[in-house]
Design a protein around this ligand. Sequence first.
Ligand SMILES: [Fe+2]
Length: 281
Amino acid sequence: MTNALATSELKPGFGVEIHDVDLAAADNALLAEVVSAFHRHGAILLRDQHMPPADLVRFGRAFGPLEGHTVQDFVLPEHPDIYVLSNRIEDGRPVGAHNDGIGWHTDHNFKAEPVMCTMLHARIVPPEGSDTLLADGVAAYEALSAEEQARLDPLQLCHSYAFLAQMREHGRKTISAEVLAANPDVIHPLIRTHPADGRKALWVSGGTRGFVGWDQEESFRRIDELIEYVTQDRFVFRHKWRVGDVLVWDNRCTLHTGTLFDDTRYVREMHRMWVKGDRPF
Ligand SMILES: [Fe+2]
């Protein structure tokens, strides 16, 4: 496909901002070009997008089938593929999940087929805080020595919803047997190959049971080191939100985290969507 999009890098070698595209008005051919840029760059950003939920869903479907949300509390009733992140209270009830996604992770890493990408559309943005940080796992892998790459290449991580849920809730909430049965532990490679072009990414994640065949304590220590390595400033893009931003990142080759904001002074509201992914290899 010829690519006629006007783009600029988000960070040298990682991510692109796509200019002069109105997603809600774009035809299918233009959306396909946007998706193609996503597959090659790790993340895409489009600013000043007016995206009512129906248009956001159409945009998401250009990437592939959408993934439903594990927790149904904050999906839009008319558009259940859209999940609301917000601290806003309406009629005494929170309209969205608040402080979701703080701490480095990849979405749905505990699934056999983790979500391919996460997209956020900014609707209300605090003047400070609530940045989203993306760590480039490809750059991190490529910066390793050949010896270190060879040591990491064969490692496999046991990802576990049960373990993650327990850790997050500190045992406060019991996870239903149904949810646990739907999310059995899975094993994924530490070094993940991108299906679009074979580039390799350091795809480490917290909340796992550790490396297969390793002592757990030794595993956790090594995982913490690797997370610290991949999330150094040199591999990280920090996104400062503006209303109308659409940011899509590729969970196959990045880690991400949200950051806090002063929720006693400011309101934040984002619409989130997930697109189904493949089995990591
Ligand atoms: Fe996330």
